[in-house]
Design a protein around this ligand. Structure first.
Ligand code: NAD
Length: 353
């Protein structure tokens, strides 16, 4: 991937310091005139900033995006789409804001411009998770894939250190599970390795120098590669387990990925040591699972589910829920093995080789 622009999945993807200021040109290139800008309440200042760049092409702002894309919030936003007569959507934020934009696109077919401010990678996938009556369901539909992504490193430079680390590990999880995905191709493996290498180098730098915009842009390039892998391939144990822990135990998304990743990879490494070897090579560790745990520890990531508020008494139910729907995984998942994995993750123990 070189230069500042690339085409994949028919998405236009641009990287660069200040690229968010060119948002009006992107709206015009979609042939649109009235954009609705979406953010979370915490990032509402960004919706106003983007609206300023849009001038008369700003149709309105909606700053109530929230975690887990609840249908009630989508419906409120939908009435803003209608009352402002918006003809396109601009999501400025992390996976939650981009989730709202995708939910609106699904219902309206409006084109979307995503301006990511985390490394979660949702902007690069045709996947949407939504919550209704407390139940989170996930769908895959090409209509929810944003038409345009603008990766501006200045926007991730505001991420606190802990969010940079956790969100970066969340992105790395997409690529790590992509290495053994049943439907992987040589192309997706190359992209996953590129994403992992770029993020490992980039994250190590940004924890020391958070304002280094070159390193920040590299982390975004890594996040794009990892997110694209997520959008193309079926995920396994790690993602299913994190989905259960987030959905049923209300654990925070990126932090949960950060804690579970070394344990899920150590578990699957028993079945696929060769496919996961590149991870230990990149991290100069003895095995992929332990190397990921050491890397997370070196970055100051949370290491235990206990730190995230999980109770020991909930582990059995979590294991039950995570095995209710069957899915493909490179290694057979027995309830006993899953409980052992969760106990290690709960305690923050370094996984065995
Ligand atoms: P988030 O979007 O929930 O953001 C978390 C908090 O951080 C919010 O308050 C937000 O306003 C704030 N924030 C975001 N960027 C910031 C910045 N640069 N500086 C300061 N604060 C900032 O977090 P996330 O981890 O990006 O997204 C998690 C959600 O995305 C989950 O619901 C997950 O399921 C979803 N997701 C979906 C996909 C997909 O392909 N559909 C992929 C990854 C994640």
């Amino acid at each position: 991937m070189d230069g500042s622009s690339t085409e994949l999945y028919n998405q236009s993807v641009r990287f660069g310091v200040g690229v968010r200021r060119e948002v009006l040109a992107e709206v015009e290139s979609l042939g649109k005139q009235r954009a609705l800008v979406l953010t979370t309440p915490e990032q509402s200042h960004l919706s106003l900033e983007i609206a300023e760049y849009l001038g008369s092409s700003a149709g309105g702002v909606f700053s109530s995006a929230t975690m887990h894309t609840p249908v009630e919030v989508t419906e409120k936003a939908l009435s803003h789409v209608n009352s402002t007569d918006a003809d396109c959507l601009i999501a400025v934020g992390g996976g939650s804001t981009i989730g709202l934009s995708k939910a609106l696109a699904l219902r309206t077919n409006l084109p979307q411009i995503a301006i990511p401010t985390t490394y979660a990678g949702s902007e690069a996938t045709p996947i949407l998770g939504q919550t209704e009556n407390g139940v989170k369901t996930t769908l895959k539909d090409i209509r929810v894939l944003p038409e345009t992504i603008l990766y501006d490193p200045e926007l991730v430079a505001t991420l606190p250190k802990s969010m940079s680390v956790n969100s970066g590990l969340n992105a790395m999880a997409h690529a790590a599970e992509g290495l053994y995905a049943e439907d992987r191709t040589p192309e997706t493996t190359a992209l996953a390795l590129e994403g992992l290498e770029t993020l490992i180098k980039g994250l190590s730098k940004v924890v020391k120098t958070p304002d280094d915009l070159v390193a920040r842009e590299n982390t975004q390039r890594g996040a794009w590669a990892c997110g694209t892998v997520l959008g193309r391939l079926g995920m396994s144990l790690h993602h299913k387990l994190c989905h259960t822990l987030g959905g049923s135990f209300n654990l925070p998304h990126a932090e949960t990925h950060a804690v579970i990743l070394p344990h899920a990879i150590a578990f699957n490494e028993v079945a696929e040591p060769d496919l996961l070897k590149p991870i230990s090579t990149l991290l100069e560790g003895e095995s992929a699972g332990t190397a990921l745990w050491d890397f997370a520890q070196s970055l100051g990531a949370p290491l235990s589910l206990a730190e995230l508020g999980m109770k020991v008494t909930e582990l059995e139910r979590a294991a039950d829920l995570a095995t209710q729907n069957s899915y493909w995984n490179p290694r057979e998942i027995t309830p006993e093995a899953l409980i052992a994995l969760l106990q290690n993750a709960q305690a923050g123990t370094r996984p065995g080789i």
